[in-house]
Design a binder for this molecule. Sequence first.
Ligand SMILES: [Zn+2]
Length: 136
Amino acid sequence: MDEKLQELLYKVQMAAVDIGNTAAALATSAVRGAEELVETGRQKARLIDLKAEVNLRLREIGELVYGTHTGEPADSEVLFAKLREIDELKSEIAQISGTAAQGEEGEGVQAEICCPNCGAAAQAGDIYCRGCGARL
Ligand SMILES: [Zn+2]
């Protein structure tokens, strides 16, 4: 296998792993519920769009790479152009993720609520204490 294609396959694999991680992170944040800041919500929507763009390109790249396997060698310039597009998308994703992470630190502080009655830790959105049932 030529070196360029090996490097390419490695990049595709890494990008796919990263997308898997992000999907898991998005699922986790969805569970965290409706208390997201509007701005964070917008960033997440943008992240999902960007991820979709990356996914689309990965799919195209996958088909090009598969073409190589079935005897239609892919044009490596086309492949690398798509990879560079992914690089750009990913740098935007990283920027937004950085900002979103700062927002989540803030949420983390807010989430540390303790029951005034028994001192048990409560979670953001709880109305009554999970320990003693007192109103928070
Ligand atoms: Zn309590």
